[in-house]
Ligand binder design. Structure first.
Ligand code: FMN
Ligand code: COI
Length: 370
């Protein structure tokens, strides 16, 4: 690569050079044929914009609210497991990035820093993502620790009754580190010489009997708002609203779970329509550019989440995570800013789908690295 990286895929290439193959493959891989992995990105490419010109864009406000919390732009940090595989500071560095960007970080249930460490490291607004284990007592303790430590929402991930079949992890015999959150509660060690240790762990630990009934259980152990992550159909979106969730995240888990699910951007409008504004609809999957975010908002998402787990240490001071956030250096959504689409959010929302943008203005940011 010549010069400094200017977009997410160039950061990804740096990550490939910097990380052990096992971890790089884990971070970037999808399930089985990885068809949905490609499709998540390519479906965005098929959506064209319809620019309107001669609109005053000299003052732009990208801020929005998510569950009542104001964020500087409609971009949040998705929950991704085990940040210390890529950087020694792990989720604490990511949380600092969230604080610097004035956005919300969703901490993964499978984090390498503890709920408490992340909470005390910065004042970012934090949500806590939950996997439901067979050991419900462990889940309840973690949810209560999150609540005590000022997390503002629970994100229940519902697309992982078993871990997706990730062939690179099987070949690499992917091994997960011990997760500090579970120290004294549960061992994350499993014997599995056959393939992915992570998959074996999930098979042993995750509750594959999880069902709609369990939303009642979750309500009974927390007073925090509950968002459900992993919805891909209008039927499930309607059901989620009926059982009383506070938000829906349209997601196919970055194509890491069931291959041949549709690209998330292709089902967003159906879900937004079914939900009819009763609860906010958030979105993730394949977001690599500012224009992708713009398209998701145009289709009715309140905000998008970007995966942030692949940190790159570049020179001696900067830590970048390739899916958009820089933590040490001012903390702006770097790759996104490089091709950011500036828009009048409110005007856009009043216009009919699909591409009636009030205006579009591409604003590359120079000298971001100096
Ligand atoms: C390395 C990695 C780890 C992830 N870990 C989790 C996790 O612990 N919990 C979860 O709900 N989703 C997890 N996800 C899924 C993300 O939250 C998100 O849905 C997905 O990455 C969005 O797609 P994108 O990677 O194309 O942005 C993970 C994704 C990646 C790439
Ligand atoms: C440890 C895994 C369950 C984390 C995850 O959700 C993922 O790798 O996609």
């Amino acid at each position: 690569m010549e010069g400094e990286p200017v977009n997410v895929s160039e950061f990804q290439e740096l990550a490939r050079q910097a990380l052990p193959k096992m971890y790089y493959d884990y971070y970037t891989g999808g399930a089985e044929d990885q068809y949905t992995l490609k499709e998540n990105v390519e479906a965005f490419h098929r959506i064209m914009l319809r620019p309107r010109v001669l609109v005053d864009v000299s003052r732009i406000d990208l801020s929005t609210t998510v569950l009542g919390y104001r964020v500087s732009a409609p971009i949040m940090i998705a929950p991704t497991a085990m940040h210390k595989l890529a950087h020694p500071e792990g989720e604490v560095a990511t949380a600092r990035a969230a604080a610097a960007c004035n956005t919300i970080m969703v901490l993964s249930f499978m984090s390498t820093c503890t709920v408490e460490e992340v909470a005390s490291s910065c004042n970012a607004i934090r949500f806590f993502q939950l996997y439901v284990y067979k050991r419900r007592d462990v889940c309840a303790q973690l949810v209560q620790r999150a609540e005590r430590n000022g997390y503002r929402g629970i994100v229940l991930t519902v697309d992982t009754p078993r871990l997706g079949r990730r062939e690179a992890d099987i070949k690499n015999k992917m091994v997960a580190p011990q997760l500090k959150n579970f120290e004294g509660l549960l061992s994350t060690e499993v014997e599995d010489d056959e393939g992915s240790n992570l998959e074996a762990f999930a098979k042993e630990t995750f509750d594959d009997a999880l069902s709609w009934r369990d939303l009642g259980w979750l309500r009974s152990i927390t007073s925090l708002p509950i968002l459900i992550k992993g919805v891909l159909t209008h039927e499930d979106a309607i059901r989620a609203v009926e059982v009383g969730v506070d938000g829906i995240i349209v997601s196919n888990h970055g194509a890491r779970q069931l291959d041949y699910t549709p690209a998330t951007i292709s089902v967003l409008e159906e879900i937004v329509h079914a939900v009819g504004g009763k609860v906010p609809v958030l979105f993730d999957g394949g977001v690599r550019r500012g224009t992708d975010i713009f398209k998701a908002l145009a289709l009715g998402a309140q905000a998008v989440l970007v995966s942030s787990s692949l940190h790159i240490c570049s020179s001696n001071i900067r830590i970048f995570s390739w899916n958009c956030f820089s933590s040490a250096n001012g903390g702006f959504p770097l790759a996104i800013l490089k091709g950011w689409v500036v828009f009048d959010h409110h005007a856009l929302m009043q216009l009919p789908w699909p591409f009636c943008c009030h205006f579009i203005f591409l604003e590359p940011t120079d000298n971001w690295f100096s």
